[in-house]
Design a binder for this molecule. Structure first.
Ligand SMILES: [Cu+2]
Length: 229
């Protein structure tokens, strides 16, 4: 017990130090949330023949609406902690590569999104949103980067009018957040200790939420099982 306590304290101190460097606020006592999201249903993947820009796009497009990995883990789900208003560490970036949005789901706090075109062909950014102004702009091959503002929390669908199969999502969330990997897992660090609401969103399977008690210097696990629609 004594050893456990000592280890816990060391982690708490390290976490506190890391937060001080990032935010400069000297916040102490953050914890980590490890979320795992499962889906008991079948994967939904659509395949489409491509006959345009095939030298960059390939000849087959794969539209991954529900990606289920090992142990029923659901990929591409956004897990967020709306009450944890930590500073954004890095700029949110989405790339158009191989006529796909990479990553398929990008998460950001309200602010700026960098949109890259690494394909060397014309793309056209077209977003579908209600809280934020919709974007509909050509991105020619010479325009490697565009920066757009998304200032309101919302799940924004992003498409390309040149390549009808291109589909991505921008999750604009007010607090700390992560996107689940192929095993359905994501970790969110430096979450303030105490009661926190955890929200999960998936583009096809909808939303769920749970309350957890985050403890300083500890990993709090939370599990979700999404239901089919
Ligand atoms: Cu395109």
């Amino acid at each position: 017990m004594r050893r456990t306590l000592t280890a816990g304290t060391a982690i708490a101190l390290m976490t506190g130090a890391a937060m001080w460097v990032v935010t400069g606020a000297g916040a102490q006592g953050g914890g980590t949330i490890e979320a795992d999201v499962k889906y008991n249903g079948a994967a939904q993947v659509e395949k489409l023949k491509v006959n345009k820009d095939t030298e960059k796009c390939g000849t087959e497009a794969v539209i991954e609406k529900v990606v289920v990995g090992g142990n029923k883990g659901l990929a591409n789900a956004v897990v967020s902690v709306p009450g944890a208003k930590g500073a954004t560490k890095a700029k949110a970036v989405i790339d158009q590569h191989g006529c796909k949005f990479v990553p398929h789901v990008v998460v950001m706090q309200p602010g700026e999104l960098e949109i890259k075109n690494s394909d060397d062909i014309l793309h056209n950014i077209h977003t579908y949103s209600t809280a934020n102004p919709s974007i509909n702009k050509a991105q020619p091959k010479f325009k490697k980067t565009m920066t757009e503002k998304l200032e309101k929390p919302e799940f924004v669908k992003i498409t390309c009018d040149v390549h009808s199969w291109m589909l991505g999502w921008v999750a604009v969330v007010p607090g700390l957040a992560g996107v689940t990997d192929k095993d359905g897992v994501t970790k969110i660090e430096n979450v303030p200790a105490g009661k926190q609401k955890i929200e999960v969103w998936h583009e096809t399977l909808g939303k769920q939420e749970k309350d957890v008690d985050v403890k300083a210097g500890q990993v709090t696990k939370v599990s979700f099982e999404m239901k089919g629609k």
